[in-house]
Design a protein around this ligand. Structure first.
Ligand SMILES: NC(=O)c1ccc[n+]([C@@H]2O[C@H](COP(=O)([O-])OP(=O)(O)OC[C@H]3O[C@@H](n4cnc5c(N)ncnc54)[C@H](O)[C@@H]3O)[C@@H](O)[C@H]2O)c1
Length: 250
C-alpha cells in the first residue's frame, strides 16, 4: 500500500488511461476523485470501483466546472495531495485542414485544463505539506509525428508547464512530473480521425518500431503514475518518464 491515506484527483477517469490510473491508485490505498465530462460513464465506472472512488462530472475546458470539482473533491476526501491530469483529446489532420477552432479546442483541453486544475488545487496541495502532480503527456510532445500539429504542440507545452511548475512549487513540497506514453494498445483515441485500415497499418508499424515489439497497456502507464505519486520518487521532480517500450530509440 504505497499510497495509503493519499487523496487524489484524476481527470479523464471515465475510461482508458485515466480509468487504469484510478484503479492503480486505489489498489495502492489512495482515495480518488474521478473527474470526466462523460457524466454517466463516469458514475458507472466509479460505482464499480467501490467506496474509495468518487465520481465528479467536470469538463476541464470550463473554468467554473474545474473550480467546483476541485472544491467538491476536497470536501469529499478531506483534502487533496495528488493530482493526475489525464483528460486529453487527440486529432489526426493535415496542418492545412486544421481549423482555428480545432487548434484552440485541443489547447484548451490538453494544456489550459491542466494549468487551471493545478491552479485551483494549489491551496489544497500546499496545505497537504507533501504532494504531487503528474501530467499525462505523450512521446509526440518530445518527437512529433505527422499530421498532428495541435496535439504534438499541446503535449510539448504540457511538458514545459510541468518543468516550470516543478521549479515554482518545490518550495511548497509539491513535486511535478510527466508520464509520456507511446502509442497504447486498446485505445480508440484516434479511431474517429482515421479509417480502420490506416489505423491498423499504423499500429502494425508502431509495434515493429518498438524495442519491446508491442504497444503499451494503460495499466503499464498507470504504474509509472503510481511511482511518481508515491514517496518512492521523493527526489524526482520536473522529469518526464517515457513509457513507450523503447519506441523513441528503436
Ligand atoms: N491512448 C494512447 O495511445 C495515448 C498515447 C499517449 C498519450 N495518451 C494520453 O493519455 C490520456 C488519455 O488517453 P486515452 O487513450 O485514455 O483517451 P480516451 O479518449 O480513451 O479517454 C480520455 C478521457 O478524457 C475525457 N475527456 C476528454 N476531454 C475532456 C474534458 N474537456 N473534460 C473532462 N474530461 C475529458 C474523455 O471523456 C475520456 O473519458 C490523454 O491525455 C492522451 O493524450 C494516450
Amino acid at each position: 500500500m504505497r499510497l495509503e491515506g493519499r487523496r487524489a484527483i484524476v481527470t479523464g477517469a471515465a475510461q482508458g488511461v485515466g480509468l487504469a490510473i484510478t484503479r492503480a491508485l486505489l489498489a495502492e490505498g489512495a482515495r480518488v476523485s474521478m473527474l470526466d465530462r462523460q457524466a454517466d460513464v463516469l458514475r458507472a465506472a466509479a460505482a464499480a470501483l467501490g467506496k474509495a472512488a468518487h465520481a465528479i462530472p467536470c469538463d476541464v475546458a470550463v473554468d467554473r466546472e474545474i473550480e467546483d470539482a476541485v472544491d467538491a473533491a476536497s470536501k469529499t476526501m478531506g483534502g487533496i495531495d495528488a493530482v493526475v491530469n489525464c483528460a486529453g483529446i487527440a486529432m489526426f489532420t493535415p496542418f492545412d485542414q486544421v481549423s482555428n477552432e480545432q487548434w484552440s479546442n485541443i489547447l484548451r483541453v490538453n494544456l489550459d485544463g491542466p494549468f487551471k486544475l493545478c491552479k485551483a488545487a494549489l491551496p489544497h496541495l500546499r496545505a497537504a505539506g507533501t504532494s504531487t502532480i503528474v501530467n499525462i503527456g505523450s512521446t509526440v510532445g518530445i518527437r512529433p509525428t505527422p499530421n498532428r500539429t495541435p496535439y504534438c504542440v499541446s503535449k510539448a507545452a504540457l511538458i514545459m508547464l510541468s518543468k516550470s511548475l516543478a521549479l515554482d512549487l518545490a518550495k511548497d513540497g509539491i513535486r511535478v512530473n510527466v508520464v509520456a506514453p507511446g502509442r497504447l494498445e486498446m485505445s480508440d483515441m484516434e479511431d474517429k480521425f482515421q479509417g480502420a485500415e490506416a489505423l491498423a497499418a499504423r499500429m502494425r508499424e508502431m509495434r515493429q518500431n518498438s524495442a519491446i515489439q508491442r504497444l503499451g497497456l494503460a495499466a503499464e502507464v498507470a504504474q509509472a503514475v503510481v511511482f511518481l505519486t508515491s514517496h518512492e520518487s521523493s527526489f524526482t521532480t520536473g522529469s518526464t518518464l517515457v513509457v513507450d517500450g523503447g519506441a523513441a530509440y528503436a
